[in-house]
Design a protein around this ligand. Structure first.
Ligand code: NAP
Length: 255
């Protein structure tokens, strides 16, 4: 039997990259998928792709920074699709600026990155929490190698702080919700080729090389590399796993 049969899975940022790959991977495992993205068109296209492959998928436009909209979408999903049992908090942005740039840019990065990558995770989790608690659900948050600090590649304090926050939130929720049978884990992707880093890869191939030179498996990741670990954490295969971060980084953090 498929690993996620009888589940309804919500994926944020599901119109692109890692979220899109997880959404279609979950659909292949029998889950009904709810794709949420600020880019309504991309989410609708990804949902259509899943339905074309005989999966079940609905898409809704959602900016995860808008708390009231998150609550409204959770109500629409409950009415239109049903009770959600898997939530993947994936929507995120990355900017690699340091703390010593122009004030306006530093402040702007902080506000945008924390609002989307961290407060967005809170907003969506909060909105779907009643359903997840009622259904002994699973939450998977997308962290990063920057859920830990390293010096090899430029990292913005805002992005690093947001991804440390995601890991802290994961552990705190796992501790609080375990008694309800809700499991909460994170995935820490390494350097994964997606639209998020397309411009940097094109304009600064040296940076990609630094990442790959420090990756024991010797290559960049693909969105599909995240799918197996994401299925594991959503399924009964991980029935006794909670509060963990599964690094999917080709070994980046080992050297
Ligand atoms: P991506 O291809 O850019 O996909 C992210 C999706 O989220 C896009 O569709 C984006 O829409 C959407 N989004 C942005 N802001 C949003 C908002 N406020 N509300 C709802 N959706 C929003 O990026 P990705 O590489 O797949 O990244 C997915 C997650 O993995 C992020 O949390 C990222 O930090 C994390 N991650 C990525 C890597 C990597 O190397 N790629 C490594 C570690 C962690 P727009 O395109 O319209 O902005």
């Amino acid at each position: 039997m498929a690993l996620l049969q009888n589940h309804i899975a919500v994926v944020t940022g599901a119109g692109s990259g890692i979220g899109r790959a997880i959404a279609s991977g979950y659909a292949r495992e029998g889950a009904r998928i709810v794709l949420l993205d600020i880019n309504e068109k991309a989410a609708a296209e990804a949902a259509r792709e899943i339905r074309d492959g005989n999966g079940s998928a609905e898409s809704f436009a959602l900016d995860v920074t808008r708390r009231e909209d998150c609550i409204a979408v959770a109500k629409q999903v409950a009415a239109k699709v049903g009770p959600v049992s898997i939530l993947v908090n994936n929507a995120g942005i990355a900017r690699r600026n340091g703390m010593t740039g122009a004030d306006a840019a530093v402040i702007n990065d902080w506000e945008d990155i924390i609002a989307i990558n961290l407060t967005g995770v809170f907003n969506v989790t909060h909105a779907f929490l009643p359903a997840l608690r009622a259904g002994k659900g699973r939450i998977i948050n997308i962290g990063s190698i920057q859920s830990f600090v390293h010096l090899r590649t430029p990292s913005s304090p805002a992005y690093t702080a947001s991804k440390h926050g995601v890991l802290g939130f994961t552990k705190a929720l796992a501790a609080e919700l375990g008694k309800d049978g809700v499991r909460v884990n994170a995935i820490g992707p390494g350097f994964i080729e997606t639209p998020l880093n397309e411009k940097v890869r094109a304009s600064n191939p040296e940076l990609a090389k630094v990442f790959i030179d420090h990756t024991p498996l010797g290559r960049a990741g693909k969105p599909e590399d995240i799918v197996g670990p994401a299925i594991f954490l959503a399924s009964e295969l991980s029935a006794y796993v909670s509060g963990s971060i599964v690094m999917v980084d080709g070994g980046y953090r080992t050297i």
